[in-house]
Design a protein around this ligand. Structure first.
Ligand SMILES: CC(C)(COP(=O)(O)OP(=O)(O)OC[C@H]1O[C@@H](n2cnc3c(N)ncnc32)[C@H](O)[C@@H]1OP(=O)(O)O)[C@@H](O)C(=O)NCCC(=O)NCCS
Length: 182
């Protein structure tokens, strides 16, 4: 997959990305919201091995580039029933809160619905991640369920999450009819 829009690119990972992915995934500051405040503790070799399992039909990680610089990653997982679960991390903090995440998600969602045939997109986020919740709700995601103290993070703290869903129909009403106005 390759999505380009102005200075933004969303592209498949290549082996050379293993180093930066490893760097991001081992950084506790980047990974805290996913429950790993000490980072994943992975290796470049493990990331390279993982990459071999990426498959358009099942699960794939993408690199987000802004002005040709890798600044984060995103992914989708095929959950069957034409449903994709997605995740996004703008890992370079300098690029957060500048409007990029909203645009990148719109581009990705358009591709999943229009080009890859999905009918529904789901995701979950930490209850404390109010910025992400704001962005998802702005895009039309509907809160499905709040899971209070439903899982323990890497250091044993209970965490809560929110499940969201967005149907193609809802997306179409929100954005598609506005001629994909970014
Ligand atoms: C979540 C994420 C994708 C959002 O992308 P972004 O580029 O930072 O966000 P944007 O600049 O597009 O939009 C931010 C919006 O949230 C608002 N916002 C910022 N901080 C906020 C806060 N603490 N509470 C509520 N809203 C907040 C901004 O005002 C803006 O709203 P607006 O578009 O209505 O003006 C990105 O910050 C990110 O990847 N963060 C790290 C990883 C992460 O949290 N991933 C999601 C976990 S599921």
């Amino acid at each position: 997959m390759l999505i380009t829009h102005e200075n933004i690119k969303i592209r498949n990972t290549v082996p050379d990305d293993a180093e930066i992915l490893c760097h991001w995934w081992n950084d506790g500051k980047v990974m805290a919201h996913t429950g790993f405040p000490n980072g994943l503790g992975t290796t470049k070799e493990a990331v390279l091995n993982q990459m071999q399992n990426y498959d358009n039909e099942k699960y794939r990680v993408f690199i987000i580039e802004i002005d040709s610089k890798p600044v984060g990653e995103m992914n989708y997982r095929n959950m069957s029933d034409k449903t994709a679960q997605i995740g996004i991390k703008i890992c370079d903090f300098c690029y957060q809160d500048k409007g990029y995440g909203t645009i990148i998600l719109k581009l990705f969602i358009n591709t999943l619905f229009d080009d890859l045939g999905y009918e529904k997109i789901i995701l979950d986020t930490n209850l404390k991640n109010v910025r992400a919740q704001h962005v998802y709700e702005k895009l039309g995601f509907i809160k499905q369920k709040i899971n209070i103290d439903s899982w323990k993070d890497q250091i044993g703290n209970l965490q809560s999450s929110i499940d969201y869903a967005l149907t193609k129909e809802k997306w179409r009403i929100n954005y598609y009819e506005r001629k994909r106005n970014y």
